[in-house]
Design a protein around this ligand. Structure first.
Ligand code: GDP
Length: 300
């Protein structure tokens, strides 16, 4: 929580400060409420949720009569947490199945932070005493496999890679095969995120998943979304969610944006909970997503 707050502080508390200042005004007239709604929309919360929050807050503030900044903060916190969905299942399935490894696939558009997330995830699991194998199935970007190899040696995980331009599914197959044979606890498969055509993507990711499933259960398909990309990122994420059954979202680069409200939108749009957040480029900059702690952090 301390780290979350420290990491978000730089970029996000501007939102918290603005909101609290707006809500602490002496008179809250229609115009003031509109400004509050605009500030929420500006943080990428989305139009409908922003309206809902304002409507509920307005009622509560009226009921309260006089309000202290502390009360206002708590009310706002409650509304934001409610929109984020405090009860969504956010736990990550990483337990091995007997002697067979847990398998996690990481998907998303190039540049969102897939490879980095694979490395950070491996770090978390290795830190928990697990053995991890990384599969470099992003064979279209030569640097991606190199990058994953670097992560592997950094965090203490084996890496299986193919030739440049190799069939991603064959690399994924080899990775899981080796993971099963060497009895690692978890295999994390990095995939290519070329958004060429929807059918192309579907064929490719579908194939990767199918070949993996021949040998092991796919426990998580994590969709990586760059929090700084707004509506465009959301649109692209939707395409991925249409072609594979996504089990969780990893929202990256939250350290570099005041638009953390995208959490609300992406969950509404994709119907999948945000499970992890990326808070920087380093190996320890991945955190479980906790709605209350998150809202606390952005409200400062
Ligand atoms: P990929 O193409 O999806 O595999 O993306 P990469 O993992 O190569 O990441 C693209 C860039 O984003 C790299 O420079 C990463 O260091 C950076 N990056 C990834 N996650 C985060 C994050 O949570 N915060 C910040 N600030 N940068 C990140």
């Amino acid at each position: 929580l301390v780290r979350l707050r420290a990491r978000l502080a730089r970029s996000q508390t501007a939102f918290g400060r603005t909101m609290l200042a707006l809500l602490s005004r002496d008179t809250l007239d229609d115009e003031a409420w509109e400004e509050i709604e605009d500030a929420l929309i500006g943080a990428d919360i989305g139009v409908a949720p922003a309206r809902q929050i304002v409507e509920d807050l307005r009622t509560k503030v009226q009921v309260l009569g006089s309000r202290t900044p502390g009360e206002v903060r708590e009310l706002l916190k409650g509304e934001l947490v409610a929109q984020i969905g405090p009860d969504l299942p956010r736990g990550l399935r990483t337990e091995p199945h007997g002697t067979r490894p847990a398998v996690l696939m990481v998907v998303g558009v190039n540049g969102t932070g897939k490879t980095t997330t694979c490395g950070k995830l491996a770090r978390v699991l290795v830190g928990d005493g697990r053995t991890v194998l990384l599969g470099a199935a992003d064979t279209f970007r030569a640097a991606a496999a190199d990058q994953l190899v670097t992560w592997g040696s950094r965090v203490g995980a084996e890496v299986v890679r193919g030739e440049e331009g190799a069939d991603p599914a064959s690399v994924a197959f080899e990775a899981v095969k080796q993971g099963v044979e060497t009895k690692v606890d978890a295999v994390i498969v990095d995939t290519a995120g070329r958004l060429h055509t929807k059918t192309g993507l579907m064929d490719e990711l579908g194939k990767v998943k199918r070949v993996v499933e021949k040998q092991a259960t796919v426990d998580e398909v994590l969709l990586v979304l760059d929090a700084t990309t707004g509506q465009n990122g959301l649109r692209q994420a939707r395409v991925f969610a249409e072609v594979v059954d996504v089990t969780g979202i990893v929202l990256t680069k939250l350290d570099g944006t005041a638009k953390g409200g995208i959490v609300v939108q992406v969950q509404r749009e994709l119907g999948v909970p945000v499970k992890l957040v990326g808070l920087g480029e380093g190996p320890d900059d991945l955190a479980p997503f906790e709605p209350e702690a998150f809202v606390d952090a952005i409200l400062g």
